[in-house]
Design a binder for this molecule. Structure first.
Ligand code: ADP
Length: 683
């Protein structure tokens, strides 16, 4: 820790922060920004008047960095140093340094718009340009005007264009912390390999056989690739003919890894041993792994993109940007001169890679963010005039307004409704918040809470969605699991939880049914938290208990009706003489029920006339993932709302079309990408 470059700048940092409300700090990854800045300011008395908040775009980083800082200060995690991520708060009255995801800080500001509990707010990893950090940047601008005398804001970044952020904050000072980076030799492949996994594998084995000691960091795109790579690498290294004078440890690193697995990358290797760390872009800047001398860069990243005209998400494997490529290479030169093997020709880097990654705000659905900004209800904040570092496209703002109108979060004139205000407070996406509120009215809140909790934890449940895990199973996980009784996936999720509840949360039952125990326990906890929030919001006693008996033959009408209100903007109508659907509300397009869905045609080969879906995903073709059958009578009011929709009124009569950047819709990904989360595992 003593050698971290940032520590030499302590005096300069403290002096600049004391004299300025906002400071931008640019420092190479690993220079100590995330772990040391908060400690420096704490040492120098900034926690006397409040807590220091440090935001992180990724949950993993918030947990891992706070753990480290607690360790360095010799305190118990959750006491003086703690973290808060969605559905998990490890802070206490004593907490002076709080690491939190940017989304959690945004939500906190709804109940406390001036964020008075904080004396310092550090927006860390701003170069990631996550949607929430971008919104926080705008919000901070306002906050420092309100709290000029008692708030300090620091914006830190590894690569960010410091001048641009400084201009955004009235030319605030920029501090550069020069990193101690050793030279990194960059070697390009002469052509793009057919399989980047195979090429990376060969490269890793070659390094192990020929090169002197030093860890190898391999950048893959997602969990599936990583799992494949880890098992193949283990096999090849064991069978290495020439052998190596070093032992090998192979470690995966991605956002869905259990915390105890994640921390393994921070323990130094035993003597005479080389570590291979196979990671997503999480090791690019979020987590610094020491000891890396060789980097193998596939040149790809898995990125989630949203197309506002179709309402469709795609999880694409796309080329990284030049900035990302340079960050990846830099990981090789932290402890001594290193080498980066790029699995692409230098021409591809020069001609095809974008200079910088497209900010998330320009490739996401903005419904949640727009609802949030509108709920702040501040006279000087108007979503259309909101000060963005890079503005979103007018099309995505229109899309967000339309979605919010359809789920009753805003009125026809664009003003936020009382329902919308409550929705913004719930730590869920607007569609699920709306479902819970409607369910409360329809008397099925308990069931809706279960569905919302199951959907929030879905990626850790393992419900046969990952192809590589699928292959490992001898039997498909269908035998004992309910099938949604013909109503679809939401109902199946409910039934699964209810049966588990009946077994008294039996761990063996989860294992027998190929459900991750950790995932199910998380669902139970999330459900409890959501129930508490709903109790608070409704200010009364609600029936949130899980029903004791799971009954056959229910039609789940109330719950499906609630889901229909929540997903009014995600509705599809079956096409006549066809088992496909067309989406309603967006530019109409033909979509199919995803093959993993439990919703199957009935004995006559028919599917329900109307369904709502949780997500529209483009893989080999457009698919609806997680669907629920709904009834015509509930759909009619939505259709008439759509008929009377006037987007210009929704935006308060203001034209949205000013000069703004449009995000290009990128090409279709391979089937594999569906199986895992995007590699940028944001909160
Ligand atoms: P920056 O934010 O500038 O990228 P960090 O403060 O994250 O730098 O990292 C500084 C050092 O602390 C690195 O050497 C890193 O390996 C180490 N470090 C960070 N988190 C942990 C952790 N959870 N356990 C052990 N070491 C850690």
């Amino acid at each position: 820790m003593a050698h971290l470059p940032i520590l030499q700048f302590e005096e300069k940092i403290v002096e600049t922060v004391e004299n300025n409300p906002v400071v931008v700090i640019i420092g190479e990854t690993g220079s100590g920004k995330s772990t040391q800045l908060s400690q420096i300011l704490h040492r120098r008395g900034f926690t006397k008047s409040g807590t220091i908040a440090v935001t992180q775009p990724r949950r993993v980083a918030a947990v891992s960095v706070s753990r480290r800082v607690a360790q360095e200060l010799g305190v118990r995690l959750g006491e003086e140093v703690g973290y808060a991520i969605r559905f998990e708060d490890r802070t206490s009255e004593k907490t002076l340094i709080k690491y939190l995801t940017d989304g959690v800080l945004l939500r906190e500001s709804l109940s406390n718009p001036e964020l008075n509990q904080y004396s310092v707010i550090i927006l860390d990893e701003a170069h990631e340009r996550s949607l929430n950090t971008d919104i926080l940047l705008g919000l901070m601008k306002r906050l420092i005007k309100l709290r000029a005398s008692n708030l300090k804001v620091l914006i830190t970044s590894a690569t960010l264009d410091g001048e641009k952020v400084s201009r955004f904050f009235s030319n605030c000072p920029i501090l550069n912390v020069p990193g101690k980076l050793f030279p990194v030799e960059i070697l390009h492949s002469s052509e793009r390999p057919k399989s980047y996994i195979e090429a990376a594998l060969k490269m890793a084995v070659d390094i192990h056989a020929r090169e002197p000691e030093g860890d190898v960091l391999i950048f893959m795109t997602g969990q599936d690739d990583i799992e494949k790579m880890v098992s193949k690498l283990e096999e090849r290294i064991q069978n290495l003919e020439e052998g190596s004078c070093l032992d090998a440890i192979i470690l995966p690193l991605h956002g869905s890894l259990a915390p105890e697995m994640q921390v393994r990358v921070f323990s130094p290797p035993p003597p005479n041993c080389r570590r291979f760390i196979v990671s997503t872009n999480i090791a690019e800047t979020s987590l610094t792994v020491d000891g890396v001398v060789y980097v193998i860069d596939s040149g790809y990243v898995k990125q989630r993109q949203y197309n506002p005209s179709t309402g469709m998400y795609s999880l694409d494997v796309v080329q990284i940007s030049k900035v990302q490529a340079n960050q990846r290479a830099g990981r090789a030169g932290r402890t001594r001169p290193g080498r980066c093997y790029r699995l692409y020709p230098s021409m591809v880097y020069e001609d095809d890679f974008l200079d910088a990654t497209i900010p998330e705000i320009q490739r996401s659905s903005l419904a949640g963010s727009v609802l949030y900004l509108k709920s702040l209800n501040l006279p000087d904040i108007n979503i259309l005039k909101f000060d963005f570092l890079d503005p979103p496209s007018s099309e995505s703002l229109e899309d967000a307004l339309k979605q919010l109108y359809l789920i009753d979060a805003i009125n026809v004139d664009g003003s936020v409704t009382s329902l919308g205000r409550i929705m913004a407070e719930l730590p869920l996406e607007p569609s699920l918040s709306r479902t819970l509120l409607e369910a409360n009215e329809c008397g099925c809140l308990s069931q809706a809470l279960t569905v919302a909790a199951m959907l929030s934890a879905e990626t850790t449940l393992l419900l046969g969605r990952s192809k590589s895990t699928e292959k490992k199973r001898k039997n498909p996980p269908s035998s004992d699991l309910p099938d949604g009784s013909g109503w679809g996936d939401h109902i199946q999720l409910l039934q699964i939880y209810e049966i588990w509840h009946q077994t008294d949360y039996n761990i063996d039952w989860c294992k027998d049914n190929y459900l991750q125990v950790r995932g199910m326990m998380f669902v139970k906890d999330v459900r409890k938290q959501l129930a508490q929030i709903m109790q608070k919001i409704a200010k009364g006693s609600l029936d949130v208990k899980t029903s004791k008996r799971w009954k056959e033959g229910q039609d789940y009408r109330a719950l499906r009706k609630a889901l229909c209100s929540g997903y009014a903007n995600q509705l599809a109508e079956r096409m006549i003489r066809h088992n496909g659907y067309r989406t309603v509300g967006f530019k109409s397009q033909v979509v199919q029920v995803h093959p993993s869905s439990v919703l199957k045609p009935d004995e006559e080969g028919m599917l329900p006339n109307y369904v709502v879906y949780h997500e529209l995903i483009a893989t080999s073709r457009p698919y609806m993932r997680n669907v629920c059958a709904v009834e015509m009578a509930w759909v009619t009011p939505i259709l008439s709302k759509l008929d009377n929709l006037n987007v210009s009124k929704l935006s308060g009569g203001t034209s949205l079309s000013h000069e703004q950047t449009q995000v290009e819709n990128s090409n279709l990904p391979n089937e594999d990408s569906l199986a895992t989360q995007p590699s940028d595992d944001h909160n």
